[in-house]
Design a protein around this ligand. Sequence first.
Ligand code: SF4
Ligand code: SF4
Length: 347
Amino acid sequence: MITAKEVKAHAYRLGADLCGIAPMSRFEGAPPQNDARYIFPNAKSLIVLGFRIARGTLRGIEEGTLFSNYSSMGYAALNQVYGPMVLWNLTRILEDEGHETIPMLNANGGEAINPVTGNFRRGWSRPARPGKPYPDILVHFRLAAFIAGLGEIGWSKLLLTPQFGPRQRLAIMLTDAELEPDPIYEGKICDRCKLCVKNCHGNALSMTESVKVTVAGHELEWSKLNPLACEKGIQGGSEGELNPFEVEYPRMYGYGRAIEGACGCMRACMIHLEERRKIKNLFNNPFRSEPQWTIDRSKPYELTKEIEEYYGSRGMIEDVQDYIKYNENDNYATAKKTKQKINPLID
Ligand code: SF4
Ligand code: SF4
């Protein structure tokens, strides 16, 4: 019979940074629409895997020079590529031992509960059997991580772990393997500094209003989050002050445009926890060397002297509309037909 120790050793070997285990009974008290026991009634254990968000994926946004890396490598690739690979391989190991296992990546789409607002979607689906919840059930990955002992929920509503603070993404598994559970994390990482609130450019987190819930017999409290304000804020701040782009920024892996780089709930919190040495993954250099930049949109768009001199003098400035047309047609020949100059360094 496979043990919790063996499952964890496999998880780490396969590429997870964190692995916690909870008995399914810790879902007791969850609303049926969020209760994973309805997904797999024979499941005995919840396995939660954590994958670090490399601090470096936030560097380009911190400097204001590269915005695709966090959305891609720090977000979509972890949730949609790397995490699922580990899930698949760990599932293979468990199924080879005779344990049916559901690998669940962090993706939304079919839930009866709107994952952004938390509201029930009337008219979305019907229960497939009497007494069952409306499909799809929405499992809260952060709360799953809490009940699997990986960390606490900070004031920001993000999961904070003693290893990485707010810097991880999650994947979960439901299995009928009965595994020794981890204790609930009882430490205190969040000191209620509220820097997440002060630095949130979506004005999405409340300084004083909170949400209180009881999970696995533990009272949890976090800031009341305005999810729609966060949706807007994460795309460059509520006034676009953290968005240096004049056009709509592309989606990475078809994913969201997180170009604000979670300025409050992730970056400010991480800086604070690193300074306080509250987390294990510390670095040789401090993350921030200059104050947070903002874009002054009251000024007209203009080209710098350097750009005029280098690209202008070579006839290598094109209008952004040509680029948009080029992307829409997704065709190199179109670029040639429209006589765009092709930069030999890129082509
Ligand atoms: S920034 Fe401060 S208050 Fe906010 S989650 Fe982090 S430690 Fe807690
Ligand atoms: S992602 Fe940005 S807008 Fe949303 S809560 Fe975090 S800091 Fe605020």
